[in-house]
Design a protein around this ligand. Sequence first.
Ligand code: ADP
Ligand code: MG
Length: 536
Amino acid sequence: MDIVGNVLPQVLKDEATEDKGEMARLQSFVGAIAVADLVKTTLGPKGMDKILKPTGPGQEMTHITVTNDGATILKSMYVENPAAKILIEISKTQDEEVGDGTTTVAVLAGELLREGEKLIQKRIHPQHVIAGWRIARDVALKRLRDISTENDINSQEFHDDLVKIARTTLSSKLITTDRDYFADLCVKAVLRLKGSSNLDYIQIIKLPGGTIRDSYLDDGFILKKQITIGCKRRIENAKILVANTAMDYDKIKIYGTKVKVNSMDKVAEIEAAEKEKMKHKVDKILKYQPTVFVNRQLIYNYPEQLLADSGITVIEHADFEGMERVAAATGAEILSTFDAPERSQQVLGHCDLIEEIMIGEEKMIKFTGCKKNEACTIVLRGASTHILDEVDRSIHDALCVLITTVKNKRVVWGGGNSEMQMAAACEEEAKKVQGKQAFAIEAFARALRQIPTIICDNGGYDSAELIQNFKVELQKGNQTCGLNMTDGTIGNMNELGVKECLRVKEQALMAASEAAELIMRVDNIVKCAPRKRERA
Ligand code: ADP
Ligand code: MG
């Protein structure tokens, strides 16, 4: 060992270093477990929140984030440990894939590695551990699918399930006291999508002021812009042209080009020429016969006036996201050239009514009765931007989970039920497997059981006793039992309405075990020297 240690610096070049064998593995374990422990306390309905505070100059206190969302916490962490990075990565993926279970996945991976470390100390080779984990994962996955149930998508039961799932997702968040209100709101929004999974149609507007309860769902689409002065503020049966085009030819003004002229007449000539070009473009636009013109870029005074004179309502400088949404909701195409007025029917968007409305103190434009009627807007109110941001993240989680559920349809009981069932399945399997792998399978079961244990601990309950009672209930055949986090007992998840989407659990199980396996396989960490730029 020593010899190798002495020789290596000569093998690798200057800035590269290497950690081998035990050291490398230890480093990975420590990093991954530390990350998992960090988010552990946020797990479950009684989980705590974290304050994220950026460091460095120019980062004032106003930039802090208060959150309970695992992905948000992990994303903003700055780590160097490679294993820790892997955990952060899986949590991010979980967030993108299904939107929830981001803490669960990191905690589960961390617990697996904690168990893995003990196995290694018992001199079980990592390859045996990995083989055992693979068996365990398959068994757990099978049990998870077996216990899941499916309802017809149009039935009342399915609708109730959706509300319950949204409530469960929201129950670990800031808005837990108002979760019924928001669960209902989210379900309504998602059902409007009629099976499509395009979250773009659900717009979330955050406006500080009022209380959380003042938040509401508005059908139709709201654009955070104002109608240009001098135009009609209310348009019925609107034909909308959505464009992304420069409406000015005053390039001279903008780019500060120097033009030398002999007399003022020449300046006037240039201006007239520019005006003529603008008018030409406006004329082309008019051929499409829209009643509303929405442009992403600025519209200067002169073309604005021309358009307004022709009775067209102008909305300028729509931010890009807003633009795409307007186009999607009203069924318009975003144009940048205007040479095919005969396609006007296809490219113009349509909606029944456009009007200026006031939300709080702000004026906005509302599009009602859009061609693609899926669009709706959730207007969030709250005392501060920190609260609004966290509510936004929570609502986003709930919407993602609901969309996933509508697609996948299968649901399982929450409150630790699925984890306990999976653990039981693994333990049964361990009894049948010969060889050292059995230890790994048992370890997998223990790691799974840590999820309900941590949820209990976070609520301040006696986890040792509760988990044992939980085991006994399941053994008795009580399929719907789970943690009652208000009383600190084992309750009926059906009565408490704690349900979760199967996809979320599946994804968490797969991602966590893959990450743990990946880290377990490491026996060497080589720090590569930074790539240097070659001099030209
Ligand atoms: P994640 O980021 O992984 O979604 P959460 O903090 O949202 O983490 O916690 C999710 C866990 O909390 C799930 O295992 C879920 O079953 C459990 N849970 C959520 N609501 C309740 C509840 N009302 N009673 C018991 N368990 C709950
Ligand atoms: Mg959650």
